[in-house]
Design a protein around this ligand. Structure first.
Ligand code: BGC
Length: 441
């Protein structure tokens, strides 16, 4: 039996900083930062300065007591223009990180693409341009050849739906004009081709016998009366927005077909699908990565159809968010029934307004309560036979939260963004204790 992974997650652009150090190329987020498109004109340029504080950060990870660390590789740090010449200093940095983790007995869980597209490729149309598939395959090959001898777990994309959203549908900071649903569909098709190309490359060029998965941001339905069929109906149907459904990405990757109901509903022109594409896309990932933050409650309406349950007057208080803790049960349960693949909860967490008290301690009770309510639901699903193999809290640090800059704090560890001082919050110690108490699961 594989050991259960208790981990903590981060991503490159959100913590590394050192945006132009040691030959790193620019990503779209460096560009958005330069153009002043981030909240209050903040930038990702320094983030948590983790690139320059590797030893200190490794020690924090060790103290937390996790047995796995999920992080992403910055594509432009190792291939500054997205392809061609490899930046050895970038490779050296990730080698130090991976070796440091392995030395402490911590399993690296590596994401290839957590949204920091090299700017050179973005200029050529990014995922709208099918040529990106070759570039992405080349990137995956470089990753496999350099790290595939020591890394066992790779996930290719983090949250395709979010990528489609901020690049094509609601472009971050109005950097680009929004695209039509049809153009969004074509980007999805190209991303799925990239996912397959990278999956095959990682399996082929890694020395290790690797496990390659994909991570999606899960829309989860919680049936208030416990009716699993209702949860399935909602979660497996095409969502009201065309790019957010669970089956949109997983059906093609696992079954080699787009969800018919979805194609019918949005009436896409399918001419971008070339002969052989669907067989290629069907790479059958080795695991499903689920980012679970919250869920939406449903009941059956009078016509027998699922009907959303209103949030009530307390909506927007932390309670309404915490109250969706059963998403950690229904989400994995439904995904397992449809796809029969092992599941890793690759992110789960909450942003809170942490209070630093006069003693300098950070008592983040809402985050503590969030972990206390959500985690037992994972055990509930696992005890019922759902093959859940890991749980990663988002995030290790307060960090660069995309277009909202540093205004939202998700960390178990507070970061002062002027001095980069790290301070462990109460939730850090609570999670540490939870890991100890659940060693045998
Ligand atoms: C993303 C993270 C992000 C988190 C909180 C997830 O969707 O993968 O990068 O920081 O949500 O918003």
């Amino acid at each position: 039996m594989e050991k259960f992974l208790f981990g903590v997650a981060t991503s490159a652009i959100q913590i590394e900083g050192a945006h132009d150090k040691d030959g790193k190329g620019w990503s779209i987020w460096d560009e958005y930062s330069k153009k002043g498109l981030i909240h209050e004109k903040q930038t990702c340029f320094d983030a948590c300065d983790s690139y320059n504080r590797l030893e200190e950060d490794l020690a924090i990870i060790k103290e937390l007591g996790v047995n796995s660390y999920r992080f992403s590789i910055s594509w432009p740090r190792i291939l500054p223009t997205g392809h061609g010449e490899v930046n050895q200093k970038g490779i050296d940095y990730y080698n130090k990180l991976i070796d440091g983790l392995l030395k402490m007995g911590i399993t690296p869980f590596v994401t290839l693409f957590h949204w920091d597209l090299p700017i050179e490729l973005d200029k050529k149309g990014g995922f709208s341009n099918r040529e990106i598939v070759d570039r992405f395959e080349e990137y995956a090959k470089v990753v496999a050849e350099n790290f595939g001898d020591r890394v066992e777990y790779f996930s290719v994309f983090n949250e395709i739906a979010a990528i489609v959203d901020f690049l094509y549908i609601e472009p971050v900071g109005h950097g680009y004009p929004p695209k039509s649903d049809q153009e969004g569909f074509e980007a999805i098709h190209n991303i799925l081709l990239c996912n397959a190309a990278a999956t095959y490359a990682l399996r082929k060029y890694s020395k290790n016998k690797v496990k390659v998965g994909m991570v999606s941001c899960s829309s989860i339905a919680i049936p208030v009366d416990g009716d699993l069929e209702l949860a399935k109906e909602v979660m497996l149907a095409p969502d009201s927005v065309f790019y957010t459904g669970n089956t949109t990405y997983w059906d093609p990757m696992v079954f080699g077909k787009y969800n018919e109901e979805w194609l019918e509903k949005f009436k896409f022109d399918l001419s971008c699908i070339k002969d052989g594409d669907m067989e290629f896309i069907k790479c059958v990932p080795d695991f499903i990565g689920m980012n679970i933050y919250l869920g939406a409650k449903y009941e059956r309406g009078e016509n027998g159809k699922p009907k959303p349950v209103p949030h009530g007057i307390n909506f927007n208080s932390p309670d309404s968010y915490l109250d969706t803790y059963e998403s950690m049960y229904y989400g994995p349960k439904v995904m397992q029934e449809r796809y029969h693949l092992p599941i890793y909860v690759t992110e789960t967490g909450i942003d809170t307004l942490d209070c630093v008290n006069q003693e300098g301690e950070i008592i983040d009770e809402v985050r503590v309560e969030y972990i206390r309510r959500f985690f037992p639901q994972l055990l509930r699903a696992k005890n019922e036979g759902v093959d859940i193999r890991g749980y990663f809290v988002w995030s290790l640090f307060d960090n660069f939260e995309w277009s909202t800059g540093y205004s939202r704090r998700f960390g178990l560890v507070r970061v002062d963004f002027e001095t980069f001082k790290r301070t462990k919050k109460k939730s850090f110690y609570v999670y540490k204790k939870l890991i100890k108490e659940n060693k045998e699961i």
